[in-house]
Design a protein around this ligand. Structure first.
Ligand code: TXA
Ligand code: MG
Length: 312
């Protein structure tokens, strides 16, 4: 069920979390399936609900830097990024602090931890009221499209799940993930904070290459997928295909447009909702016009190319 956010519903969410249950938490990126990150039992519920391969570690959400410092070891670079982008759509992969309380299941037995402070009032209210960190992957089943509104989550999981209403997600793609545990920072997943923004703090950063071993399962090739075939960078339409536009698109019969004015921030916020809408029996496929690769365009192209990879 979807509950409007209020002191009562936040309290009810905390009660459920305390009893080891999962609560759907809105964030500015996508809705998350949140569970107590200090409890193996609670975290196991997330994996079960999502049908998620067990080796995927989860992002740990906290309401403030002090709580992040309790579970992870911050370098100068980590502080610089946290100061600039938190609360916000940036996840930092850092060494786990010894004596931390995070469930091994949540970080899949790794000696690192992925942490972020979400920039959404309902998420922050829930995190503060609960008082313990929450593990939260996107609230979709494995390989399906991430949810950017409460009704998406209800459709995927049914009436039984407790959903806090947070409105449509303002960012609309998942957080950017940066690994700071090596000698140099590495971008594991492009997302809501652009590479250009990161580089303004860190200088040039490495991007994980297609050939490197999977470090972030957001890197699995097929992910974020509609059920209909998807063609990218199209310049002409096939009959019965839905066309997802960006910018002016004067020569194409566009079905939906990610951003008629060509604004990549607006396009990211609309991406998953529009893919869902076009993934309907009315069409035999979805065709997407070219989208620039700067700023949030990198994350948009990344999600689209994964969604376009045929099932193996
Ligand atoms: O925007 C977001 O980040 C959303 C909202 C709910 O916060 N969450 C999200 O979580 O996208 P999820 O589970 O769908 O993606 C988590 C990503 C995975 O690709 C995972 O492998 C990576 O974070 N990750 C988690 N812990 C890691 C670690 N210790 N080292 C490397 N990657 C890690
Ligand atoms: Mg996900």
């Amino acid at each position: 069920m979807i509950f409007p956010s209020s002191p009562n519903s936040i309290q009810k969410g905390c009660d459920l979390l305390r009893s080891g249950r999962v609560v759907v938490m809105p964030t500015e990126t996508v809705y998350g399936l949140a569970a107590d990150a200090t409890s193996d039992h609670a975290v196991a519920q997330i994996y079960t609900l999502k049908n998620r391969p067990q080796f995927n570690p989860l992002i740990i959400h906290v309401p403030a830097l002090a709580q992040a410092e309790e579970i992870a070891v911050f370098s100068q670079q980590a502080y610089a990024l946290a100061n600039k982008f938190w609360p916000g759509s940036l996840t930092l992969v850092l060494p786990r602090r010894s004596g931390h309380s995070i469930s091994d299941l949540a970080s899949a037995g790794l000696d690192t931890v992925a942490v972020r402070i979400p920039n959404h009032p309902v998420a922050l209210d829930l995190l503060k009221a609960y008082g313990k960190p929450l593990a939260a992957p996107s609230a979709n089943r494995s390989t399906e499209i991430s949810p950017t509104q409460a009704s998406d989550v209800q459709k995927a999981f049914g009436e039984d799940i407790f959903i806090l209403e947070g409105g449509p997600c303002q960012v609309g793609v998942e957080s950017t993930i940066v690994d700071l545990t090596g000698e140099r920072p590495v971008l594991l997943r492009p997302g809501g904070v652009s590479v250009e923004q990161l580089e303004s703090v860190l200088g040039p950063i490495d991007r994980i290459s297609e050939s490197s071993p999977i470090k972030a399962p957001g890197m699995m090739r097929r992910h974020y997928a509609p059920t209909r075939p998807l063609r990218l960078n199209i310049t002409e339409a096939h009959p019965k295909e839905a066309i997802l536009g960006f910018g002016k698109c004067e020569d194409l019969p566009v079905t939906l447009n990610l951003s008629p004015s060509g604004d990549l921030v607006e396009a990211a916020a609309h991406l998953f909702r529009m893919l869902r809408e076009l993934d309907s029996p009315t069409y035999e496929g979805i065709a997407v016009v070219p989208i620039p690769t700067h700023g949030l365009g990198l994350a948009i192209n990344d999600r689209l190319s994964r969604a376009a990879t045929p099932v193996e």
